[in-house]
Design a binder for this molecule. Structure first.
Ligand code: FES
Length: 146
């Protein structure tokens, strides 16, 4: 089995058995967005405590790549420092998925969850932290993803 096959199997496993699927009551961050190419939607909920992600869940419907990417992203950020989450990049997500040769349409599938996360962080930093400068930076990153 090639490494591409192994990654494909892992993606299918996350798609069929999504980790951290669901909603959080009264989350600190609740953000929803869609992939403009297909209309598929994704929603993420996060609880932030002492500058860490104490809980994160997602719901949505979409292709295997978008759903697996979201599920893997929740595992990646669970328990992590807020600063770590802010710095996540497109490359981190593609590394996580083991996919580096995606076409432009599939890249949008893979990055939908990061787009949702960054948009949620943006709102949190504006509304709760009143940190407009950092929020603007995040917004710029988020718009660069699509
Ligand atoms: Fe819709 Fe992938 S085809 S997110």
């Amino acid at each position: 089995m090639s490494s591409a096959d192994i990654y494909r199997e892992i993606i299918l496993d996350y798609y069929r058995n999504p980790r951290n699927y669901g909603k959080i009551p009264n989350p600190d961050i609740a953000q929803r967005d869609s992939n403009p190419l297909c209309g598929d939607e994704l929603e993420m909920h996060l609880t932030i405590q002492e500058n860490k992600v104490s809980d994160v869940k997602f719901t949505g419907k979409g292709c295997a790549i978008s759903q697996a990417s979201a599920s893997m992203l929740t595992e990646l950020i669970m328990g992590k420092d807020f600063e770590y989450v802010k710095k996540l990049t497109k490359e981190d997500i593609l590394d996580n998925l083991g996919l580096h040769d995606l076409g432009p349409a599939r890249i949008k599938c893979a990055l939908l969850s990061l787009k949702v996360l960054k948009s949620g962080l943006y709102s949190y930093m504006i509304d709760k932290l009143k940190d407009t400068a950092s929020a603007d930076k995040i917004k710029e990153e988020a718009s660069g993803l699509y």
